[in-house]
Design a protein around this ligand. Structure first.
Ligand SMILES: [Zn+2]
Length: 313
Protein backbone atom coordinates (compact mmCIF):
# COMPACT_ATOMS: atom_id res chain seq x y z
CA UNK A 1 0.00 0.00 0.00
CA UNK A 2 1.40 3.40 -0.92
CA UNK A 3 2.42 5.35 2.20
CA UNK A 4 3.47 8.98 2.55
CA UNK A 5 6.73 8.72 0.53
CA UNK A 6 5.04 6.88 -2.34
CA UNK A 7 2.18 9.39 -2.52
CA UNK A 8 4.66 12.27 -2.24
CA UNK A 9 6.64 10.79 -5.15
CA UNK A 10 3.50 10.77 -7.30
CA UNK A 11 2.46 14.30 -6.31
CA UNK A 12 5.92 15.73 -7.05
CA UNK A 13 5.85 14.20 -10.52
CA UNK A 14 2.24 14.98 -11.24
CA UNK A 15 2.04 18.60 -10.03
CA UNK A 16 4.17 20.14 -12.81
CA UNK A 17 2.28 18.08 -15.36
CA UNK A 18 -1.29 19.05 -14.43
CA UNK A 19 -1.14 22.36 -12.57
CA UNK A 20 -2.55 25.14 -14.71
CA UNK A 21 -4.29 22.73 -17.06
CA UNK A 22 -8.01 22.25 -17.45
CA UNK A 23 -9.70 18.89 -17.02
CA UNK A 24 -11.20 18.48 -20.46
CA UNK A 25 -12.61 15.03 -20.06
CA UNK A 26 -13.04 12.59 -17.21
CA UNK A 27 -14.49 9.10 -17.35
CA UNK A 28 -15.07 7.14 -14.16
CA UNK A 29 -15.56 3.48 -15.06
CA UNK A 30 -15.98 2.21 -11.52
CA UNK A 31 -18.81 3.50 -9.30
CA UNK A 32 -16.85 2.37 -6.23
CA UNK A 33 -14.27 5.08 -6.96
CA UNK A 34 -16.71 8.00 -6.84
CA UNK A 35 -18.93 6.80 -3.99
CA UNK A 36 -21.14 8.24 -2.52
CA UNK A 37 -21.58 10.16 -5.79
CA UNK A 38 -22.54 8.42 -9.00
CA UNK A 39 -19.73 8.52 -11.59
CA UNK A 40 -21.67 10.99 -13.78
CA UNK A 41 -22.18 13.40 -10.85
CA UNK A 42 -18.47 13.49 -10.02
CA UNK A 43 -17.52 13.77 -13.70
CA UNK A 44 -19.82 16.79 -14.08
CA UNK A 45 -18.29 18.45 -11.01
CA UNK A 46 -14.71 18.03 -12.33
CA UNK A 47 -15.07 18.56 -16.06
CA UNK A 48 -13.95 21.95 -17.35
CA UNK A 49 -12.18 23.01 -14.15
CA UNK A 50 -8.59 24.17 -14.08
CA UNK A 51 -6.18 22.49 -11.67
CA UNK A 52 -4.87 25.26 -9.43
CA UNK A 53 -2.64 23.15 -7.21
CA UNK A 54 -1.85 19.56 -6.44
CA UNK A 55 -0.82 18.67 -2.89
CA UNK A 56 -0.54 15.83 -0.43
CA UNK A 57 -1.91 15.38 3.08
CA UNK A 58 -1.19 12.05 4.75
CA UNK A 59 -1.75 9.47 2.03
CA UNK A 60 -4.25 11.65 0.13
CA UNK A 61 -3.56 13.34 -3.20
CA UNK A 62 -5.40 16.66 -3.03
CA UNK A 63 -6.59 18.21 -6.26
CA UNK A 64 -7.36 21.89 -5.64
CA UNK A 65 -9.50 22.99 -8.57
CA UNK A 66 -10.80 26.40 -9.59
CA UNK A 67 -13.97 27.58 -7.91
CA UNK A 68 -12.90 26.23 -4.48
CA UNK A 69 -13.66 22.66 -5.54
CA UNK A 70 -11.42 19.90 -4.18
CA UNK A 71 -10.93 16.23 -4.93
CA UNK A 72 -9.35 14.06 -2.21
CA UNK A 73 -7.92 11.03 -3.99
CA UNK A 74 -6.73 7.95 -2.12
CA UNK A 75 -4.84 5.07 -3.75
CA UNK A 76 -5.53 2.56 -0.93
CA UNK A 77 -4.04 -0.88 -1.67
CA UNK A 78 -3.11 -1.05 -5.33
CA UNK A 79 -3.97 2.28 -6.94
CA UNK A 80 -1.55 4.03 -9.24
CA UNK A 81 -1.72 7.10 -11.46
CA UNK A 82 -0.15 6.69 -14.89
CA UNK A 83 0.64 9.53 -17.27
CA UNK A 84 0.07 8.88 -20.99
CA UNK A 85 0.33 5.09 -20.57
CA UNK A 86 0.85 3.08 -23.71
CA UNK A 87 -0.91 0.66 -23.92
CA UNK A 88 -3.75 1.31 -21.52
CA UNK A 89 -3.29 -0.58 -18.21
CA UNK A 90 -5.41 -3.67 -17.58
CA UNK A 91 -7.36 -2.30 -14.61
CA UNK A 92 -8.09 1.28 -15.67
CA UNK A 93 -10.77 2.74 -13.38
CA UNK A 94 -10.62 6.44 -14.21
CA UNK A 95 -9.39 8.29 -17.30
CA UNK A 96 -8.68 12.01 -17.36
CA UNK A 97 -7.75 14.23 -20.25
CA UNK A 98 -6.15 17.64 -19.67
CA UNK A 99 -5.98 20.50 -22.13
CA UNK A 100 -2.94 22.46 -23.16
CA UNK A 101 -1.64 24.81 -20.50
CA UNK A 102 -2.57 28.47 -20.61
CA UNK A 103 -4.71 30.34 -23.10
CA UNK A 104 -3.42 32.22 -26.08
CA UNK A 105 -3.78 35.76 -24.80
CA UNK A 106 -2.39 39.06 -25.99
CA UNK A 107 -0.05 39.12 -23.00
CA UNK A 108 1.65 35.80 -23.72
CA UNK A 109 4.92 36.86 -25.21
CA UNK A 110 6.97 35.01 -27.78
CA UNK A 111 9.30 33.70 -25.05
CA UNK A 112 6.66 31.73 -23.17
CA UNK A 113 6.66 28.39 -24.92
CA UNK A 114 3.24 26.89 -24.32
CA UNK A 115 3.18 23.29 -23.12
CA UNK A 116 0.89 22.44 -25.98
CA UNK A 117 0.84 18.71 -25.54
CA UNK A 118 -2.25 17.31 -23.97
CA UNK A 119 -1.89 15.10 -20.92
CA UNK A 120 -3.82 11.92 -20.32
CA UNK A 121 -3.97 10.24 -16.92
CA UNK A 122 -5.22 6.78 -16.12
CA UNK A 123 -5.91 5.56 -12.60
CA UNK A 124 -5.12 1.86 -12.57
CA UNK A 125 -6.35 -0.15 -9.59
CA UNK A 126 -6.53 -3.96 -9.75
CA UNK A 127 -8.13 -4.35 -6.31
CA UNK A 128 -10.46 -1.36 -6.67
CA UNK A 129 -10.14 0.12 -3.17
CA UNK A 130 -9.02 3.54 -4.41
CA UNK A 131 -11.39 6.49 -4.04
CA UNK A 132 -11.98 10.07 -5.16
CA UNK A 133 -14.10 12.26 -2.91
CA UNK A 134 -15.50 15.63 -3.89
CA UNK A 135 -15.38 18.49 -1.39
CA UNK A 136 -17.06 21.79 -2.12
CA UNK A 137 -15.22 24.63 -0.41
CA UNK A 138 -12.11 24.77 1.72
CA UNK A 139 -14.12 24.43 4.95
CA UNK A 140 -15.54 21.11 3.77
CA UNK A 141 -12.06 20.00 2.78
CA UNK A 142 -10.57 20.97 6.16
CA UNK A 143 -13.38 19.18 8.00
CA UNK A 144 -12.89 16.06 5.87
CA UNK A 145 -9.14 15.96 6.51
CA UNK A 146 -9.30 16.87 10.20
CA UNK A 147 -11.72 14.02 10.84
CA UNK A 148 -9.33 11.50 9.29
CA UNK A 149 -5.78 12.69 9.80
CA UNK A 150 -3.56 13.64 12.72
CA UNK A 151 -0.13 15.26 12.76
CA UNK A 152 1.59 15.74 9.40
CA UNK A 153 5.21 14.57 9.81
CA UNK A 154 6.73 17.33 7.68
CA UNK A 155 4.81 20.17 9.31
CA UNK A 156 6.61 22.58 11.59
CA UNK A 157 4.15 21.59 14.30
CA UNK A 158 5.46 18.02 14.34
CA UNK A 159 7.61 18.46 17.44
CA UNK A 160 8.44 15.92 20.14
CA UNK A 161 6.05 17.78 22.43
CA UNK A 162 3.15 17.53 19.97
CA UNK A 163 3.95 13.90 19.34
CA UNK A 164 3.97 13.17 23.06
CA UNK A 165 0.68 15.00 23.40
CA UNK A 166 -0.83 12.89 20.61
CA UNK A 167 0.41 9.68 22.21
CA UNK A 168 -0.43 10.51 25.81
CA UNK A 169 -2.64 8.03 27.60
CA UNK A 170 -2.70 5.58 24.69
CA UNK A 171 -2.42 2.03 25.98
CA UNK A 172 -2.00 0.33 22.61
CA UNK A 173 1.45 -0.76 21.41
CA UNK A 174 3.33 2.13 19.81
CA UNK A 175 3.33 0.47 16.39
CA UNK A 176 -0.48 0.22 16.39
CA UNK A 177 -0.71 3.92 17.19
CA UNK A 178 1.75 4.82 14.43
CA UNK A 179 -0.50 3.01 11.94
CA UNK A 180 -3.53 5.01 13.11
CA UNK A 181 -3.83 7.86 10.60
CA UNK A 182 -5.70 9.99 13.16
CA UNK A 183 -2.56 10.13 15.31
CA UNK A 184 0.13 10.63 12.67
CA UNK A 185 -0.75 10.94 9.00
CA UNK A 186 1.00 8.99 6.28
CA UNK A 187 2.87 6.29 8.19
CA UNK A 188 2.04 2.68 7.28
CA UNK A 189 3.56 -0.72 7.93
CA UNK A 190 6.92 -0.15 6.21
CA UNK A 191 7.78 3.24 7.67
CA UNK A 192 6.48 2.36 11.16
CA UNK A 193 9.00 -0.52 11.37
CA UNK A 194 11.83 1.61 10.02
CA UNK A 195 11.04 4.55 12.32
CA UNK A 196 10.83 2.39 15.46
CA UNK A 197 14.14 0.72 14.61
CA UNK A 198 15.84 4.08 14.11
CA UNK A 199 14.39 5.22 17.44
CA UNK A 200 15.45 2.05 19.28
CA UNK A 201 11.89 1.49 20.48
CA UNK A 202 10.23 -1.93 20.55
CA UNK A 203 6.96 -1.96 18.52
CA UNK A 204 5.12 -3.53 21.48
CA UNK A 205 6.03 -0.80 23.94
CA UNK A 206 2.98 0.83 25.50
CA UNK A 207 2.53 4.15 23.70
CA UNK A 208 1.59 6.29 26.68
CA UNK A 209 4.72 5.20 28.54
CA UNK A 210 7.27 6.62 26.11
CA UNK A 211 9.67 8.99 27.80
CA UNK A 212 10.40 12.49 26.57
CA UNK A 213 13.69 11.23 25.08
CA UNK A 214 11.96 8.33 23.34
CA UNK A 215 9.34 10.68 21.88
CA UNK A 216 12.13 12.86 20.49
CA UNK A 217 13.92 9.83 19.03
CA UNK A 218 10.65 8.57 17.56
CA UNK A 219 9.97 11.94 15.93
CA UNK A 220 13.44 11.89 14.39
CA UNK A 221 13.02 8.25 13.31
CA UNK A 222 9.70 8.96 11.59
CA UNK A 223 11.02 11.99 9.70
CA UNK A 224 14.30 10.27 8.74
CA UNK A 225 12.66 7.10 7.43
CA UNK A 226 10.04 9.03 5.45
CA UNK A 227 12.76 11.26 3.95
CA UNK A 228 14.80 8.19 3.01
CA UNK A 229 11.70 6.75 1.33
CA UNK A 230 11.11 9.93 -0.67
CA UNK A 231 14.80 10.05 -1.68
CA UNK A 232 14.46 6.50 -3.06
CA UNK A 233 11.21 7.48 -4.85
CA UNK A 234 9.19 5.11 -2.74
CA UNK A 235 9.20 1.41 -1.98
CA UNK A 236 7.86 -1.11 -4.49
CA UNK A 237 7.30 -4.32 -2.57
CA UNK A 238 4.03 -4.98 -4.36
CA UNK A 239 2.41 -2.75 -6.94
CA UNK A 240 3.76 0.72 -6.36
CA UNK A 241 4.97 2.54 -9.44
CA UNK A 242 5.35 6.21 -10.25
CA UNK A 243 3.43 8.05 -12.97
CA UNK A 244 5.84 6.75 -15.62
CA UNK A 245 5.31 3.18 -14.44
CA UNK A 246 8.77 3.08 -12.82
CA UNK A 247 9.24 1.29 -9.50
CA UNK A 248 10.78 2.91 -6.43
CA UNK A 249 13.96 1.57 -4.83
CA UNK A 250 13.45 2.03 -1.09
CA UNK A 251 12.82 -1.73 -0.71
CA UNK A 252 16.58 -2.17 -1.34
CA UNK A 253 17.39 0.15 1.56
CA UNK A 254 15.11 -1.20 4.30
CA UNK A 255 16.94 -1.37 7.62
CA UNK A 256 14.69 -4.04 9.16
CA UNK A 257 11.41 -4.29 7.23
CA UNK A 258 11.12 -7.70 5.45
CA UNK A 259 14.62 -8.61 6.68
CA UNK A 260 13.78 -11.47 9.09
CA UNK A 261 16.82 -13.70 9.70
CA UNK A 262 19.26 -11.12 8.36
CA UNK A 263 21.83 -9.33 10.54
CA UNK A 264 20.87 -6.02 12.13
CA UNK A 265 22.71 -3.19 10.33
CA UNK A 266 23.65 -1.66 13.70
CA UNK A 267 24.56 -4.52 16.09
CA UNK A 268 24.77 -7.59 13.86
CA UNK A 269 22.10 -9.40 15.87
CA UNK A 270 19.32 -11.22 14.05
CA UNK A 271 16.24 -9.37 12.85
CA UNK A 272 13.03 -11.11 13.89
CA UNK A 273 9.53 -11.04 12.55
CA UNK A 274 6.72 -10.71 15.07
CA UNK A 275 3.05 -9.74 14.70
CA UNK A 276 1.82 -6.44 16.12
CA UNK A 277 -1.66 -5.07 15.48
CA UNK A 278 -2.19 -7.92 13.04
CA UNK A 279 0.70 -6.79 10.85
CA UNK A 280 4.02 -8.49 10.11
CA UNK A 281 6.55 -6.45 12.10
CA UNK A 282 10.34 -6.53 11.91
CA UNK A 283 12.51 -5.79 14.91
CA UNK A 284 16.04 -6.17 16.31
CA UNK A 285 15.38 -6.99 19.93
CA UNK A 286 18.94 -6.08 20.90
CA UNK A 287 18.59 -2.51 19.58
CA UNK A 288 14.89 -2.33 20.47
CA UNK A 289 14.57 -3.96 23.90
CA UNK A 290 11.31 -5.81 24.46
CA UNK A 291 9.22 -4.15 27.19
CA UNK A 292 9.39 -6.04 30.45
CA UNK A 293 6.28 -7.96 31.36
CA UNK A 294 4.54 -6.67 34.40
CA UNK A 295 4.99 -9.36 37.01
CA UNK A 296 2.20 -9.70 39.51
CA UNK A 297 3.59 -10.33 42.93
CA UNK A 298 0.80 -10.29 45.49
CA UNK A 299 1.72 -8.32 48.57
CA UNK A 300 4.67 -6.63 46.88
CA UNK A 301 2.94 -3.41 45.80
CA UNK A 302 5.00 -0.62 47.27
CA UNK A 303 2.78 1.81 49.09
CA UNK A 304 -0.34 0.13 47.75
CA UNK A 305 -3.22 -1.36 49.62
CA UNK A 306 -2.73 -4.94 50.69
CA UNK A 307 -4.05 -7.32 48.05
CA UNK A 308 -7.49 -8.74 48.54
CA UNK A 309 -7.36 -12.31 49.70
CA UNK A 310 -7.79 -14.58 46.73
CA UNK A 311 -10.49 -16.65 48.41
CA UNK A 312 -12.77 -13.62 48.61
CA UNK A 313 -13.06 -13.32 44.81
ZN1 LIG B 1 20.46 -4.45 16.40
Amino acid sequence: MPELPEVETIVRQLAPLVEGRRIEQVEIQDPRWSRPLAPAELEDALRGRRVERLARRGKYILWHLEGDVHLAQHLRMTGSVLANPEPDPAHARVRMQFGARGRATASSGAGSAPAARRVRLVIDDPRRFGTGELLLGSDALAEFLDARLGLEPFDEGFTAEHLREALRGRRAPVKAVLLDQRSIAGVGNIYADEALFRAGIHPLRETGKLTRTQAERLREGIVASLEAGIDARGASIDDFKDIDGVKGSFQNRFLVHLRAGEPCPVCGGTIRKIVVAGRGTYVCEACQPRPRRRVRRPGARPGGRPPRPRAAR
